[in-house]
Design a protein around this ligand. Sequence first.
Ligand SMILES: [Zn+2]
Ligand SMILES: [Zn+2]
Length: 345
Amino acid sequence: MMGEPKVMQAVRFLAPRRPFALQAVAVPEPGAGQVRLRVKACGICRTELHLRDGLLDLGRRDFTVGHEIAGIIDQVGPGVSSDRIGERVVVYYYDGCGRCSYCNEGQEQLCPDPAAQPGFTTDGGYAEYLVVRARNCVLVPDTVSLAEIAPMGCAGSTAVHAGRLAALRPGEWAVVYGVGGVGNALIQYAKACGARVVAIGLGDERLALARSLGSDETIDASAVPDVAGHVGSLTGEGADVVFELVGTSDTMRQSVSMLRRRGRIVLVGYTAQDLQVHPIELIVREAKLMGSVGSTLQDLHEVVDLVARGIITSFVGRSLPLERFAEGLEALETQTCLGRVVLEM
Ligand SMILES: [Zn+2]
Ligand SMILES: [Zn+2]
């Protein structure tokens, strides 16, 4: 088509343990069942650091990173109604095979052979344009900005998914260990479920934000020598649920220690470190240890609704243009930005 851009800027993952590179690549065209987005916002997630550092290696090379993507549909492929052009959407980043038992149940985050995973194995949202499957584009109400909804595509939907796996009940004590993007959304989700929340993090500013989002209690892990003991004294017996979002050996150990009988731990965060636990600690308390990865498409629909209704607030700390992505990654790594860093295109 005349006048349309043929190349665009994109931030590319080349290989593990190499910095991302801003490169000119071809503007993609939507295939059957797909749409093209003019990307407007893309959140910066810790997963990008894990990819860059080689901690997460899914075997693919040379693709555009970024999976917290919001934009406007500007072109549709065969089989997609042109009515969708102009829709403001946030992207569900799992595109399952559509044939396995997990996909059949809507658990595409568990699909062993996904067709695409924007920002993980296929081109993602640190770019001006992106092609994705039409059904993976979730409509965003006009009252919600694309910059605020972008991080909810991962941080928010991951929080809702973890919260659902934990099956939180009113009155339970939920510990949110780690107050980044997922943690801030989880505090609000747990409160909406009627739970009482203890947020654990580092520094006054972050914990003040956690309280403003509804956390009943906060613990500064840098100032309290016995974090698990402190949770015990706040809750009586211990936590009903611990959401572990940090993933160091130390924080995982403490999470086991702070659990009450029949308590549940949901592991979300990870580092290169191991979890070491003596089975007797789990056995005598009939504790449950579970993992939580990403989200379902339905979780994303739910978080968009929760944001639109003001039940979850997405906290954007800084907005940067695409070409300044490295500054955003550094702010996340050094924890110098309160709230999510979002690239805006
Ligand atoms: Zn599948
Ligand atoms: Zn993410």
